[in-house]
Design a protein. Structure first.
Ligand code: SF4
Ligand code: SF4
Ligand code: SF4
Ligand code: SF4
Lengths: 552, 184
């Protein structure tokens, strides 16, 4: 038995797993229309490489990775591109985002897939680029591009590889079913991860409320050819949080602001391992995933659907909503969000759709003032003080909130769950975080503007100087050429100017040479008087000058 | 007894001397106030505050010649942060000034005659183009100051409010959700 390190805090909400985990994974039929968003992963959205009217084949890349933190998206079936435009997507904002709509032609013809069976002998960076172009991203919900995480050079040595099969959120059972039904395939995917990262230890963490999945994985692990341990972890939300599972299995704490790779651990989701297997074995891009459809539907179950399947169709495949449905949740009840428009499609990050009804999901009671009972702090797996964070986020005092480690909050929702005053604490933390990010962006933009403005002023000054210098140089040249015969393009004006200039110069020279003659030999008292008069005149001149300047 | 007192006194003097020397030797150059104020101002360079740019306004605030509530693009938030920095009470924006949603300037390419007047007006060089050519505004660099609007002889520049998209979207301040009663 492996020694486990229980993480602090956590809660144990009703599991609601049995609704959907009894049926095998169903295969969705081909649908007439799919909508593939270009922003399905963390990082830069993919760049569309098809246009309206194009014919595409199943598995064809329709959006290419844009930059380092990005990955590709692919056509889920063969057909015609009917729109490349903002369309509804599963996002808490309900804002439309750029997506490619494809009308299926019914033939479901695929491009020729290129399996990567010789991956062991492939150049690692070529292999990783292939993985990027096949669109692999973490299917647990974070959708971080997998090829980056599979780069052993990017981080330090990674002796420990953890596979996250905890599936700690209530209602969700897609990883459970996948582990029960396809353990060998998952292990093949894990084998690739292990080899790429040179991991010495591979741990699969599964919550102990999934004995069938445990057994299936254990049986498969017996002949997988590398050291792998399937570990049952206590059912305690959020055991499936990356930091929590890492601590649970290894006792290693991820420091604030650090990544798990900094402590020599890499965590992947079970579903990601499965899609990596599909990519290696068949050269198939990520064009489908298993989604749990549960809650207030006729037949709660897991369905393997193509990416881009409208959620309305998905719900219909699960027998449709029952009477009295009151909304839809994407993800679980702890961390999920309300779906605004069921035309939005399934993306790589959608692992679960829950149809709500007022009995299972009663509207939250109105929040009451915080009584500082400390329940939230006891439940927080990140060892934060949610009531302090709440206080400062509510007062929009983001500096203080950051001082209380707002960014260590994993938004697990434990604090909101236990709060006797029903305060939607996480909502405040999400609000605070996005305000801080926005402020950061604004500061950067302001810094840019400041620099550009400074350069603008500098440029203006320089241009002025250059103009003045040029004029001066011209005038000097003209003088040299002589006042009588100026040979410039605009002779008349220039000649007059030069003559004038010459006259002034002559006068000035004359003035400098001329000495008043009748003051050479004067008695001292007269000399004194003259000096006084001169001084007075100078004073007057100065005053007049100052007045002139004031007026100007 | 006397030796003890002398030792203590001597020690005190010595430490005092060391401290005094250190305070002179390692004096921290205090960050000039102007820069701290300027760092809060949004750098729009619009001149709505009555100064020819953010820096001059910052200088005026530092000298006590201008109030902290004259920058509309900074808005209430900006006033609050200035108040915090200067240790005074925040106040609403000065009369006649209002905070507008952030916008960028857009040139109507059909009308632009390429006179370059807008280029000269833009304080952050966000407009590119040459004489007698269509001019373009680089949206990422435009601060929305509107200074390019008046000089344009054919009035072909207008402001467009930046629409919220997913990458810019912010979680809202939590409010108690109202649940519409379903019609049966
Ligand atoms: S659980 Fe709720 S009431 Fe108790 S301290 Fe936390 S926020 Fe306040
Ligand atoms: S949501 Fe954040 S503050 Fe609340 S319990 Fe989870 S980690 Fe702690
Ligand atoms: S383009 Fe116009 S509105 Fe934008 S920064 Fe330049 S002058 Fe201001
Ligand atoms: S001022 Fe108006 S017409 Fe002149 S270049 Fe700018 S946009 Fe074109």
């Amino acid at each position: 038995m492996r020694k486990l390190y229980p993480f602090p805090g956590g809660v144990h909400p009703p599991e609601h797993k049995s609704e959907s985990n009894g049926r095998p994974i169903a295969q969705a039929p081909l649908l007439p229309r799919y909508v593939v968003p270009l922003r399905q992963h963390i990082g830069n959205p993919a760049k569309p490489v098809v246009k309206v009217g194009d014919r595409v084949l199943k598995g064809q890349m329709i959006g290419q990775p844009d930059g380092y933190v990005s990955t590709a998206v692919h056509a889920p079936t063969s057909g015609r591109v009917v729109a490349v435009a903002p369309q509804p997507v599963p996002h808490p904002s309900g804002i439309a985002d750029l997506a490619i709509a494809i009308e299926a032609d019914g033939e479901d013809r695929a491009i020729e897939y290129q399996p990567l069976l010789d991956w062991r002998s492939m150049d690692p960076s070529t292999l990783r680029n292939r993985i990027r172009d096949l669109g692999l991203a973490g299917l647990g919900g974070a959708v971080f591009p997998s090829y980056i995480k599979l780069n052993p050079k990017a981080a330090a040595r990674i002796p420990t590889l953890i596979l996250n099969g905890a599936e700690c959120e209530p209602w969700i059972t897609c990883d459970d079913r996948l582990m029960r039904e396809r353990p060998h395939d998952i292990l093949r995917g894990i084998a690739v991860m292990q080899a790429l990262l040179h991991a010495e230890e591979v741990l699969v963490g599964i919550e102990d409320n999934k004995p069938e999945a445990m057994a299936a994985m254990q049986a498969a692990a017996e002949h997988c050819g590398f050291p792998l341990e399937v570990v049952a972890v206590p059912t305690q939300y959020p055991a499936g949080g990356g930091k929590q599972l890492t601590y649970l299995l290894t006792g290693k704490e991820t420091p604030s602001g650090a990544l798990s790779t900094d402590i020599g651990v890499q965590v992947f989701n079970i579903g990601t391992a499965y899609s990596l297997y599909r990519a290696i074995e068949f050269g198939e891009p990520v064009i489908s995933r298993v989604v749990t459809v549960t809650g207030h539907v006729a037949e709660p179950q897991n369905i393997e659907v193509r990416i881009g399947t409208p959620i309305a169709d998905l719900i219909r495949l699960a027998g449709g909503e029952l009477a009295g449905a009151s909304g839809r949740l994407i993800g679980g009840p702890m961390m999920g969000f309300d779906l605004r428009d069921d035309a939005a499609p399934v993306t790589k990050s959608v692992n679960c759709v829950i149809v709500k009804n007022p009995i299972l999901f009663p509207p939250p009671p109105p929040p009451m003032p915080c009584i500082r009972c400390g329940e939230c702090a006891r439940a927080c797996p990140a060892l934060l003080q949610p009531f302090e964070l709440y206080w400062y986020a509510k007062a929009r005092d983001f500096g203080k909130a950051q001082g209380y480690q707002l960014f260590d909050c994993i938004e697990c929702g434990c604090c909101s769950y236990v709060c006797p005053s029903h305060i939607p604490l996480v909502d405040y933390f999400r609000y605070g975080k996005s305000e801080i990010w926005a402020r950061e962006r604004e500061m950067q933009a302001a810094e840019q503007a400041r620099k550009r403005h400074e350069f603008h002023l500098f440029r203006e000054e320089r241009e002025k100087q250059e103009k003045a210098d040029k004029l001066a140089a011209k005038a000097a040249e003209r003088l040299k050429q002589g006042a009588a015969a100026p040979a410039t393009a605009d002779p008349e004006a220039e000649r007059k100017k030069a003559i004038l200039q010459a006259a002034i110069e002559r006068a000035q020279k004359a003035k400098a040479n001329i000495q008043p003659r009748n003051v050479d030999n004067v008695p001292p008292d007269v000399q004194h008087e003259i000096a006084e008069i001169e001084a007075r005149r100078a004073r007057l001149r100065e005053a007049a000058h100052a007045q002139d300047e004031d007026k100007a | 007894m006397i030796t003890a007192i002398l030792i203590m006194a001597g020690g005190g003097l010595l430490l005092g001397a060391v401290l005094g020397w250190a305070s002179v030797r390692y004096r921290v150059q205090e960050d000039p106030l102007v820069e701290k104020i300027d760092a809060i101002l949004p750098q729009t360079q619009c001149g709505q505050c009555g100064f020819p740019g953010c820096k001059p306004y910052a200088e005026a605030i530092a000298k006590g010649e201008a109030d902290i509530n004259r920058c509309p693009p900074g808005g209430e938030d900006g006033v609050k942060r200035l108040a915090e920095l200067l240790g005074v009470d925040p106040k609403p924006l000065d009369e006649g000034l209002e905070h507008k949603p952030k916008a960028v300037a857009v040139i109507d390419e059909n009308l632009c005659i390429g006179c370059t007047l807008c280029i000269q007006a833009c304080p952050v060089d966000a407009i590119v183009g040459a004489a007698k050519q269509m001019h373009v505004i680089i949206a990422d660099q435009c601060t929305g100051c509107e200074l390019c609007l008046p000089p344009c002889p054919v009035e072909c520049i207008h402001m467009e409010v930046i629409r919220e998209d997913i990458s810019r979207w912010k979680w809202r301040y939590p409010v108690i959700p109202l649940h519409p009663v379903r019609q049966a």
